[in-house]
Ligand binder design. Sequence first.
Ligand code: ZN
Length: 468
Amino acid sequence: MSKWHLLLITWTLPALAGTDRVTEFCLAGEFDLGARLQGMAPQSSETYPTSWCVITEDDSPRVRFSGAGKSNPDMDGGWTVAYPTPDLVRIVNRQAPPDVEFHGVDNSDEAARVRRVDPRRLVEEFRSTPNSLTGLRIEFEEERLLSVTTSAALPLRGRVAVIWNWDWSNPSKPALRLMVDNELLFEAIGTWRDLTADESSSVWDVTPGAEPIEVPGDRWPARINMQIIDLTDGVYLVRGVRTGFQHLVVDTDEGLVVADAPAGCGEFHPIPPSDLVPGLGVSGLSEKFIEFLGEQFEDRPIFAVALTHFHDDHAGGARAFAARGAEIYSTAESAGFFESALNRSSMPKDQLTQRRGSLQVRPVADTVILGREPNRVKLMSMGEGPHAYAMLGVWALDKDYFFVSDVHVPRSDADAPRKERAVTECWFAEWAVNKLPPEVRVINSHSDSITPVSRLADYLESDLCKAL
Ligand SMILES: [Zn+2]
């Protein structure tokens, strides 16, 4: 061992050995929403400034994660999740309390995975409990982490490698290149700082000003609680496919037509990455959804699923529908992408593999009508908007319901959109007012509000839309 090596170790040890020290490690850089399959188009090189920060302590497993960046091209995302005790997960809403607390969770594994964002914490873990890192391939040089290799099963990609590469050219500011499926997902520079005594004492507290909302632990991170809502004869909404996701189902003479094929898309900051709906892999959530439809609509085949856009949470479960013989429809722009993505050999075993099937996609260039009166479905290509380069709308043509994902998510029955969503909401309002009769009611994937097109006409008269 060289003198220089000895020197490095003695120099770094005091930093690791303090008592009750609370440290924040932040990565700031560029995140590729395109490679994440949540951007404008299904291709890489659509990057946005993003930061990930973890607060950890020397002598306890508790950890707090904050992310800031965009979750979609039209959506600024900022979120903080704290793991203050092993049985509590808290979504921290410092800007707009209350916090939301999930009680009775066993978060020890998840907290440990989040803690590993800080490469020094991962090295400490390797030194103290190497068995907890089984399944990760880790490379060190002296006390520095060089890489961590793991894998994840992702909708529209299958089982792929996830590699954190660290470069220590500047020892106090390590550079990260996070590779997923051979694409660069996040390129960032890391920095540490010690929290002040004041910060350290308040960082695990509930946000002052409001009592937290308490939620049973089995709803974390997402819950499946499917319920069918009868909108009108032959037109249904299935709520709770997972937390915050609902789907239109139309009973046509050919069989059921479903809007969107859900999949749980995980987070990438934990090591290894997390499943949003644990245990269900790529196709499992849609397989469960189809099972539920089988119970609700005995003897009715699933005729078709219409994928509203290429984002993995809305389309990643399409293999489950193909396994049941359903036709898969998408915008003409996305059809080729879906056929190659959903048929990749990296897809984990599911019902489609068991049936040795492959998946074909029927492109919707303009409109396609499925079924016959009195329950036709009209699929409408909506063109490029602020959320994605191509969107599909699903219209229960004879019953005046229109379903759309992600471009219309009202939180109330107000006559104007939410300010932070104005660009997208006004874009959709303009499209709907031009293409749909005023009596049509718009339902959406993520909120319970139903919006008549006449109200979307009011949106266009609002100051927010007029200012665009
Ligand atoms: Zn989307």
